[in-house]
Design a protein around this ligand. Structure first.
Ligand SMILES: [Zn+2]
Length: 75
């Protein structure tokens, strides 16, 4: 995946979306229009809250593994 604003290439891994947003924020945020800035902020928040959710699931995951197996289609 290539940056929309420069030639930087992003490797396909679990953090690609977050890496991409961090890169935009650091390198291109000032050149975004107001609407794009707003969209960037909203999407970044969504991505981060999803990551936090996944991490907290991992941290507490072991203790309620049996419980989770009943709701396993939320991956
Ligand atoms: Zn870039």
């Amino acid at each position: 995946m290539k940056c929309k604003y420069c030639d930087k290439i992003f490797l396909e891994d679990d953090n690609i979306t977050l890496n991409y947003f961090e890169h935009i924020k650091i390198n291109h945020y000032e050149s975004l229009g107001n609407e794009d800035k707003m969209m960037h902020d909203i999407r970044e928040k969504m991505i981060k809250s999803k990551i936090n959710y996944d991490q907290s699931k991992k941290e507490i995951g072991d203790s309620d593994l049996v419980f989770n197996s009943n709701n396993s289609d939320n991956a």
